[in-house]
Design a protein around this ligand. Structure first.
Ligand code: BGC
Length: 877
């Protein structure tokens, strides 16, 4: 038995936190079956040598009898600020096994003390180019370390974004910190271990600043959302010496400031880099700062908090698949619609300007298609300084692209003259899916690439055009898929904080978070909309379910109550008063707004009942139950005919009514909805007509009502509208619209046509939950079902590293039955429900003892503890 995957605040690595009682999680790995944790003991110490727990441990010394292994709250002595703590956990299990984990660590931030530094900057003008800022400031500090270093840390942040190096070495693979929050409400600083970057003697630190989200273009509202220049930097270096003393080196008036090669940089506009301004030896002690000026110093008035969620970082590289000379420009095809930037190797002459443009698609004449980027320029410039080869990568911009167009070179470049540098928040991948249908595999990959590209500071709708916003609807729709694909708790928890930050006075959650405004102060978009604002209830609930995080429910609870009460006061005759967006981008007849809005209101009110009960707030729970009962009644009265027809007669209407249990246990009514849904499927010739909202629930509901055959039919469709339509038309990510591009009609309306929009990729959730069958999980996956739908595929291998460990469901058809390998992680149990007839015979191949399966509604059902199992299911005729 092994204890692995230690996480603090649901993150791996050296996490910095200002939480006084951070949450710990771990995974138990064991070859044995039926393993359950019976007790744990957490050991925390400042000194790694003391992790045997005998001395120095600042946690209770006794074991806690519990099977909890995710989100376990720290309960030791008060933590000290700016301190690295080591921790491990000892676990005892039911089979008399015990194990001690590997060692992990976390770093406390300022906790209750003031951030011991000042903002440094200097007066700056906006810059000449309308859509871009001005020359990046470069900051420099030289300092001497007199004693022997034990360990050292840097805590830093910026107004804008920063890139820092110590003695010429980068802090880490992190880029674009501090990312994006509503800076007036939450402002994060980051923590880094820099022990290996420092040396006793002379040291130097160099920092450059870009505009980022603070000053740069946001969506279409323009620049300076949070203020005007100057860009500022604040940091404190905490150096602990072997003699037990500590020294702090902070940003103050001793720093120097100047300019360098980045002439402007904007997330949307792009970066202008002139290599002739490069600073020789910048960030090292050899740097000559005589041309630099003293900085201006300002007090930090913002309440800085330690970063939540993993940072944005470089995640990989891609080599183009081809390049072509088109009208005098080289167009490189990365073979994958990706998000990040490029590393360029070019040869020019001193002062030669190379222009680099980015696009997701090509025009028919093979030139770069950029109309769908709208006002976003997505253009970088590199100015050469020699006549030899030079290599460059942007620092403060990101683009969403598959194609890169280079102009300004007069030789045939090699294919690797352009390398794609993939950038997104640094989350662990947790899922994989593979089946015998290559197109379905491609669809799965496309959705995964959509997640990579749109996990950038916040979950965005799209990464390329002048939008790139944290749309709450898109986020909640993809959230479960996101949690299967990657360990997303901390990233979403940070985003949920963004949503809570933006809650309006009246209680409404906003349609985007962070919320942004036009220069005249008007908000860009609205709030309180069905399926969008509702994310403020849905997403905390999903974090509780997926990761067992009860704290997030407690923290969001007052906001949730306010929202649910707001919905109630704004209904008319218990019907939700609609604003927008309905079943966004659906095909054909749209579901009427009041119908979809009321359906979602019932859903989130039901969730609020569950949350209130969990938090033992029975009077709220009873009040919300009352609301939900009234809404259901009103829904039936206003929108449902006797034969079960729901106003609008749409697939989405029936799907949501079934999913959200509008019939409230009335089997007859539910059957009517099911019949109507099947008719609606037939009427559409077994094609979907759903938009963002309906699509998420479509295939799950079809399976739940026993029509997996139709679900697979929809999955396998290649004609418009279908998922595979985009795949057969060459998509490498999920498109915004079912018809973003068609062979017959070309590109859809350029006003809104992204080729990397993950919402319609919510089918990912179904691939794990129904093809693999792993779903219906209790908080933190402590219990779940495995109920695969074995239909038109020959085989499927589905694996998901849950917070409890790896779950597998790998099946293949064999003869008149199938074989299935199932893995249930330690400290978890599953109800396995294998599709079968009553006559089916089940042989368990790996286990000596037989397992008793019971036949229930077309499935052989057994309760299983942890372990790996191989079953062969065949008919006994
Ligand atoms: C975004 C969407 C978003 C929608 C709201 C669009 O511009 O790209 O993904 O949810 O607006 O309806």
């Amino acid at each position: 038995m092994k204890i692995t995957d230690l996480r603090c605040e649901y993150m791996k690595g050296l996490v910095v936190t200002d939480r006084k009682a951070p949450l710990f999680s771990w995974v138990i790995e064991s070859d044995k079956k039926d393993v359950v944790q019976t007790a744990y003991r957490i050991i925390v110490s400042e000194n790694i040598e003391e992790l045997d727990g005998k001395k120095g441990n600042i946690c209770p010394k006794s074991f806690v009898a519990s099977d909890k292994s995710t989100g376990v709250q720290y309960e030791g002595k008060a933590l000290k600020p700016f301190t690295k703590y080591y921790w491990r956990v000892e676990v005892r299990c039911n089979n008399d096994e015990a194990a001690v984990s590997e060692i992990a660590s976390f770093l406390t931030g300022r906790l209750d003390v003031r951030f011991p530094a000042k903002w440094i900057s200097r007066q700056e003008k906006q810059g000449k180019k309308k859509n871009a800022g001005a020359k990046s400031p470069y900051l420099f500090k030289r300092f001497t370390v007199e004693k022997e270093i034990k360990e050292a840390f840097l805590f830093a942040t910026a107004k804008g974004v920063y890139d820092a190096q110590i003695n010429g070495m980068k802090l880490s693979h992190v880029v674009l910190a501090p990312g994006w929050t509503d800076f007036g409400k939450t402002f994060y600083y980051q923590g880094y271990e820099i022990t290996d970057l420092l040396k006793t003697g002379e040291n130097a630190m160099g920092v450059s600043l870009g505009d980022g989200w603070y000053f740069g273009n946001l969506s279409a509202v323009g620049r300076n959302q949070y203020g005007v220049y100057p860009r500022m930097f604040a940091a404190v270096m905490v150096i602990k010496y072997t003699d037990g003393t500590t020294e702090k080196i902070s940003t103050d008036s001793s720093w120097k400031i100047g300019e360098g090669p980045i002439r402007y940089a904007d997330l949307q506009t792009g970066e202008f880099y002139d290599a002739n301004y490069e600073l020789l030896n910048f960030g090292t002690v050899e740097f000559d700062e005589s041309g630099f000026a003293p900085v201006t110093v300002k007090l930090i008035k913002e309440e800085l908090t330690a970063q939540r969620g993993e940072l944005i970082a470089v995640q990989g590289e891609i080599i183009p698949v081809s390049h072509n000379l088109i009208k005098g420009k080289y167009v490189f095809d990365m073979g994958q619609n990706m998000v990040g930037r490029i590393r360029l190797k070019v040869k020019g002459t001193p002062g030669k300007k190379i222009k680099i443009r980015y696009g997701e698609m090509l025009n028919t004449d093979k030139t770069l298609y950029t109309s769908n980027l709208r006002s976003c320029e997505a253009t970088d410039y590199y100015v050469c300084k020699t006549d030899g080869y030079e290599t460059w990568e942007a620092t403060f911009t990101v683009h969403g692209f598959r194609y890169v167009e280079i102009s300004g070179i007069n030789y045939i470049p090699s294919l690797d003259a352009v390398i794609g540098v993939v950038i997104h928040n640094d989350l662990e991948r947790t899922g994989s899916f593979e089946c015998n249908d290559g197109l379905v595999n491609k669809l799965y990959k496309n959705a995964y690439w959509g997640q990579k590209g749109n996990f950038l500071a916040v979950p965005t709708d799209c990464p390329q055009r002048d939008e790139r916003l944290g749309w709450t609807g898109d986020s909640q729709i993809f959230c479960q898929s996101g949690c299967y694909n990657m360990y997303s708790e901390a990233f979403y928890e940070k985003y949920i904080n963004d949503i809570m930050d933006e809650q309006r006075e009246n209680g409404a959650f906003t349609d985007i978070a962070p919320y942004i405004h036009w220069p005249n102060g008007n908000p860009l978009v609205g709030y309180g909309n069905a399926a969008w604002g509702d994310a403020g209830v849905i997403m905390p609930w999903l974090m509780y379910k997926n990761y067992g995080n009860l704290r997030i429910l407690k923290e969001c609870y007052p906001n949730i109550v306010k929202y649910i009460d707001l919905l109630e006061t704004t209904t008319e005759d218990d019907i939700r008063t609609p604003i927008c967006y309905g079943d966004w981008l659906c095909v054909g007849n749209p579901i009427p707004f009041p119908v979809i809005d009321t359906l979602y209101m019932i859903y989130v009110t039901d969730l609020a009942v569950k949350i209130a009960r969990l938090l033992e707030n029975d009077s709220d729970a009873a009040r919300f139950e009352g609301y939900a009962a009234r809404y259901r009644k009103a829904f039936l009265k206003h929108f449902v005919k006797n034969d079960g027809e729901i106003e609008g007669d749409t697939q989405t209407g029936y799907v949501l009514a079934i999913r959200f249990n509008i019939a409230n246990g009335d089997k007859e009514l539910c059957d009517k909805f099911v019949n109507k849904l099947i008719k609606a499927m037939e009427a559409a010739n077994y094609h979907l007509t759903t938009g963002f909202v309906g699509v998420k629930e479509l295939l799950p509901v079809l399976c739940e009502v026993g029509r997996a055959d139709i679900a697979y039919k929809l999955l396998n469709n290649r004609t418009y509208p279908s998922w595979l339509y985009s795949v057969v038309n060459g998509a490498t990510t999920i498109w915004e619209r079912w018809n973003s591009f068609t062979l017959e009609e070309g590109f859809a309306d350029i006003a809104m046509n992204s080729f990397n929009h993950y919402s319609l990729g919510s089918v990912t959730e179904w691939l794990y939950g129904y093809v693999g069958g792993m779903r219906e999980f209790e908080p933190g996956w402590s219990k779940f079902i495995i109920a695969p739908e074995i239909a038109s595929l020959e085989y499927a291998n589905v694996s998901f590293k849950s917070p409890k460990g790896v779950i597998e469901s790998c099946w293949k058809r064999v003869g008149n039955g199938y074989e299935i390998k199932i893995t249930i992680p330690a400290n978890s149990r599953a109800t396995v429900m294998l599709p079968a007839t009553e006559n089916a015979k089940i042989t368990e191949l790996l286990l000596a003892n037989g397992i008793d399966f019971e036949y229930k509604n077309g499935r052989m059902v057994a309760e299983l503890g942890s372990g790996s199992y191989l079953f062969k299911v065949r008919e006994t005729v």
